[in-house]
Design a protein around this ligand. Structure first.
Ligand code: AVI
Length: 335
């Protein structure tokens, strides 16, 4: 454990494991580009530049997700905290992929103002993000108990189960679960369960199926910000793996398939071209109009979400939806 500047504790012993290493990135690129169609995991969007572009996405009028979840928290935080059973016993509040805490601060301030006894464990693989978050929390919510965990999600759960046996409430917000294919979402929930005990809760922020036009606009925006986000993957390979992608020869393509509720995003090579990766001593060919699959953003129906909870052994306690019914924060309990 290493103290950081604002007197919170930052677990960084597993820093090596937590940082997605370049060698892993290289391996995943080589493996993904050997598939047909070529693919690359959307986790690689989030380098420093990608984080900034994602902030721009969240500020776009077309990207309704962040605003919808913010509305849920601002209007229903009392009901959410009551459903948490937050005022009986001390508990752990664990947030996966905490980011800047913009929405979570609404819950945190309500809990503090109403005397809940809890420790907030934001979990993120970015040390920088955690340091900024804990500093802003100390300023805005003095007295809050924050223990940032600079670890991968499951290492964090494992660490916490060693530290204490309090009840845990896990927050996985922002439709991050949507970036898993539904089968992998099931696997992810199974792994959460592995580290949890009866009575632990999960608050899952999920984007709902809706008018396909609204969804399409959020991922194919007129400002070109999502395009920039997607193409940053190529720039990242140039920066980190010595690749020589000419970004102008590639474009962004995305579409929403309403039956499965999946937004599928691709990078398309606009001509036949050979790209070399200097630091890997490797070349890869792209045919004209060849696709690289970069992301899935799944939208759920409430019935589908309830089946997922049931299949994985969770009981759905309550759905909190925004006034437009675009988004749900669904509270589950481990049976
Ligand atoms: C982080 N994740 C939930 C976003 C989403 O909506 O799937 C990432 C994103 N991709 C394009 N726009 C936003």
């Amino acid at each position: 454990m290493k103290p950081n500047t604002n007197n919170t504790l930052l677990y960084s012993g597993d820093q090596q494991k937590a940082t997605i290493k370049k060698s892993q990135f290289a391996k995943d690129v080589v493996r993904g580009f050997s598939r047909k169609p070529k693919s690359i995991s959307s986790q690689y969007f989030y380098d420093e530049k990608g984080d900034k572009i994602f902030q721009e996405i969240m500020n776009m009028p077309e990207y309704y997700l962040t605003r919808s979840e913010y509305e849920i928290f601002s209007q229903q935080r009392k009901e959410i905290c009551v459903a948490f059973n937050a005022f009986d016993e001390p508990f752990n509040l664990i947030e996966f992929g905490a980011g800047d805490g913009y929405k979570t601060k609404l819950l945190l301030s309500y809990l503090i103002e109403n005397g809940a006894d809890f420790t907030y464990y934001p979990v993120d693989i970015s040390k920088h993000i955690l340091e900024e978050l804990s500093e802003s929390l100390q300023n805005e919510l003095p007295g809050i108990k924050v223990r940032p965990l600079n670890l991968e999600y499951f290492s964090a759960l494992s660490k916490l189960s060693e530290i204490n046996n309090r009840r845990s409430i896990i927050l996985f917000l922002g439709s991050n679960i949507g970036n898993f294919h539904i089968n992998s979402a099931g696997g992810f929930l199974q792994r959460i369960k592995w580290y949890c005990k009866e009575g632990d809760q999960l608050l899952l922020g999920v984007d709902l199926k809706k008018d396909p036009k609204i969804i399409t606009r959020a991922y194919d925006d007129p400002h070109g910000i999502t395009k920039k986000f997607n193409l940053n993957l190529l720039s990242r390979m140039n920066r980190e793996l010595g690749a020589d992608f000419n970004i102008a020869d590639f474009t962004h393509h995305t579409f929403y398939e309403p039956v499965l509720g999946e937004v599928l995003s691709y990078v398309i090579s606009m001509k036949q071209q050979l790209v070399s990766f200097k630091s890997l001593d490797w070349e890869v060919n792209f045919d004209e109009f060849e696709l690289i699959h970069t992301e899935i953003s799944k939208k759920y129906g409430l019935d589908e979400l309830e089946s997922l909870a049931k299949e994985q052994g969770f009981k759905v306690l309550e759905h909190f939806r925004d006034t437009k019914k675009y988004f749900v924060d669904s509270l589950w309990e481990l049976k």
